[in-house]
Design a protein around this ligand. Structure first.
Ligand code: COA
Ligand code: MG
Length: 301
């Protein structure tokens, strides 16, 4: 059975005790305890301790996946974050401001040492890399291929806008700017595909009460090959999950194509008609991807 991808991840500020408590009451699947930009420098140590408390609480229960967004590798906080959070209860680490393959390879080495020392499954801690600098975008392919721990890439529009000097958040964007943003995002989609990663995640929609804007911009991301999005407010989760959930009619189509194609392929033909549409290997592969995203096994013909 393929692993079903979960579309939304809710960021929770690591130093906010009320919101950390709140996460245990929300009916969402994946949370990111943020130690980075949502936490002031003089709260970093406190946030780390609170994150460890949540990870201890998550250990042994499977309903909620907890990730931690660490501070960037080249900050004074990065190593301390890793030493604290690589422990039972941690599903993965969200790595901000990834600029090169070396950034993730350095992390990989440290995490491997900690996994061995702490009796965790080697390679078990996943990584999600946020590309949010010009360098990160330019190096997307080498980053995507850097380590088998890497699960997927994320497009980080806020920091990237500052770095590029071009607004690449898609709120109120002109058609020209949307085309430029899509060209940047396409690099993540292509790099992820080459490296065999899950499709990239869209970053946050910061105007968090604007659910219609969240829906529209998530639809656009979905159309260009992204799957899933980061949330900052619980109210965003349902919209994200709905936009990225495979459509029932797409699943139905994919099941039919995969079933009929595999039957005809076994009989020696790789070009068939399904409901009036010509189906060959390319279409069958696309249909299989839809089933994979939906966590469905191939149906019997
Ligand atoms: N995680 C957990 N709980 C959250 C939450 C979050 N990200 N955002 C809001 N909540 C809780 C609130 O505490 C509140 O709980 P209550 O009803 O028990 O008081 C409830 O959900 C409703 O929240 P609301 O009052 O509408 O919003 P707010 O003004 O409290 O918070 C933000 C708005 C933007 C400050 C908050 O959503 C937030 O801090 N988001 C995360 C920011 C972040 O992590 N950024 C870094 C990644 S880019
Ligand atoms: Mg940031």
């Amino acid at each position: 059975m393929p692993r079903k991808l979960i579309p939304s991840m809710l960021f929770v500020p690591g130093d906010d005790i009320h919101k950390l408590e709140k996460l245990w009451t929300l009916s969402a699947d994946r949370f990111v305890l943020d130690l980075e930009d949502a936490v002031a420098t003089n709260h970093k140590a406190m946030a780390r301790e609170l994150a460890v408390e949540q990870l201890n609480r998550a250990d042994g229960q499977s309903e909620r996946e907890l990730y931690v967004r660490m501070n960037a590798v080249d900050t004074p906080h990065g190593l301390a974050d890793l030493l604290a959070v690589v422990r039972p209860g941690l599903t993965g680490i969200v790595v901000p401001k990834v600029g090169s393959a070396a950034d993730l390879q350095t992390l990989d080495w440290v995490i491997t040492q900690l996994e061995v020392e702490r009796g965790l499954t080697p390679g078990g801690v996943g990584l999600i890399a946020i590309l949010e600098s010009s360098r990160g975008i330019a190096n997307a392919l080498e980053i995507a291929k850097s380590t088998p721990r890497l699960m997927c890439l994320t497009f980080g529009a806020g920091d990237l806008s500052a770095d590029l000097g071009v607004e690449v958040r898609d709120v109120d964007a002109s058609p020209q700017r949307m085309a430029f943003i899509a060209a940047l995002k396409a690099q993540l989609v292509v790099a992820s595909s080459v490296a065999g990663l899950d499709p990239p995640h869209e970053g946050v929609h910061t105007v968090f009460r604007d659910l219609e804007g969240l829906r529209q911009t998530s639809e656009i991301a979905r159309e260009i090959g992204f799957f899933g999005r980061h949330a900052i407010h619980p109210g965003q989760i349902a919209v994200i999950d709905e936009v990225f959930a495979p459509r029932p009619k797409d699943i139905e189509w994919a099941e039919r194509v995969v079933a009929e194609f595999s039957k005809s392929e076994a009989a020696g033909s790789a070009a068939i008609l399904v409901a009036g549409e010509f189906v060959d290997y390319a279409i069958a592969v696309r249909a299989q991807r839809i089933l994979d995203l939906a966590g469905r096994s191939a149906p019997e013909a």
